[in-house]
Design a protein around this ligand. Structure first.
Ligand code: UDP
Ligand code: MG
Length: 342
């Protein structure tokens, strides 16, 4: 198939206008994390493949990662893999979380560009092709930025605050209001695979990598079916991972907090002494003041320990060096030369 330069020179006939040189179409991989999406996944797949129909200039492959779904998602994905040989399914041994699912997909995606998107139709498939256009114009990382979103007011405000906090606390320029919907050039995807930290915040890592980055705005739709798989608990964990993996500001805040408490206690001491010497008629009231001080100090100390703990916890889990994820099976993998997932 691959024509060496020498062969090409020897056979100029092959360059006749009636016989265009075989151009390889760029392969676009989709990395699609799935966790209990049985009611929406078929609609998603249909819409995605319909979007491909308008682009005969591109080849596509889809890597679905079943992140330990407990509903019928796996069976549906197996069917998809059987009907469409552009589909591969990575079946996780259990739920490892969205960020790890993305990582596994990136590990086996083979495309010249890799697009990561949600499978609940909140990231519209047609927008992914706009990302491809930006890539063909030279961008190496294309972020899809939410111009508007249909989530609940609570989710919108917390997300808004989080992205701004992250921006002010970290050195890397994490684009505001982008989720994990983005396109990565092959080179970037390969480099990203070298980041093997466990508590990962993929969008932050990507933003910190450099390269030619571009943003494409889009309007985020409502979830097609089912409910969010990011309850408050998981959102909070992702937020903590985001901050702790890019910033030591919380550790520095502890020191500052210590200074503030120290200053307050000095004021208290001066006040108590002054009263004792100059106004012996006023006794500084005892119990309330004592309780307030004890509880305040106890609270700030525990908070500080918690912050320390979250960093130490990260060090611990990195030090264990366990595999990031466990795969039961990769369905639809027909290729011998596939990547080994490590
Ligand atoms: N997801 C996953 N593992 C999880 C949680 C979510 O693979 O533990 C997938 C989910 O199926 C979806 C994407 O990650 O494709 C984003 O999740 P979701 O739509 O629930 O998040 P939201 O859009 O509400 O932030
Ligand atoms: Mg969603």
């Amino acid at each position: 198939q691959d024509i060496r330069p020498a062969a090409r020179v020897a056979a100029p006939v092959a360059l006749a206008p009636s016989d265009p040189p075989p151009v390889r179409r760029p392969l676009i991989s989709y990395v699609l994390p799935v966790y209990n999406e049985q009611d929406g996944i078929t609609a998603f797949h249909t819409e995605l493949t319909a979007a491909f129909a308008g682009r005969p200039d591109l080849d596509f492959e889809m890597v679905y990662v079943n992140d330990g779904s407990s509903d019928g998602s796996l069976a549906i994905l197996q069917d998809l893999a059987q009907q469409d040989d552009r589909v591969r399914v990575v079946d996780f041994a259990r739920n490892f979380g969205h960020q790890i699912a993305i990582t596994a997909g990136l590990d086996i995606a083979k495309g010249d560009a890799v697009i990561v998107m949600d499978t609940d139709l909140q990231d519209p498939p047609r927008v992914s092709l706009e990302l491809v256009d930006a890539w063909r114009e030279g961008a190496e990382i294309v972020h899809a930025r939410r111009r508007s979103r249909q989530d609940t007011a609570f989710k919108r405000t917390t997300a808004h605050m989080f992205y701004r906090l992250l921006r002010s606390w970290t050195e890397v320029d994490i684009p505001v209001d982008t989720g994990d919907f983005r396109l990565l050039d092959r080179r970037v995807a390969d480099e990203l695979r070298k980041y093997r930290e466990r508590s990962r915040f993929v969008r932050g890592i990507v933003a910190s990598m450099g390269y030619r980055q571009k943003e494409v705005p889009f309007d985020r739709d409502e979830r097609f079916a089912g409910e969010t798989k990011y309850p408050l608990r998981k959102m909070a964990r992702l937020a903590v991972d985001g901050v702790t993996s890019f910033s030591t500001v919380p550790l520095k805040l502890i020191t500052r907090l210590g200074f503030v408490v120290l200053a307050l206690s000095l004021l208290g001491i001066v006040y108590a002494l002054a009263m004792k010497f100059f106004r012996p008629d006023i006794t500084v009231s005892g119990w309330t003041m004592l309780m307030v001080v004890v509880l305040f100090l106890g609270g700030t100390q525990m908070l500080s320990l918690g912050v320390l703990g979250s960093y130490i916890g990260r060090i611990y889990s990195e030090a264990q060096g366990r595999p990031l994820y466990l795969v039961r099976e990769v369905i639809g993998d027909r290729d011998e030369d596939r990547r080994d997932g490590r």
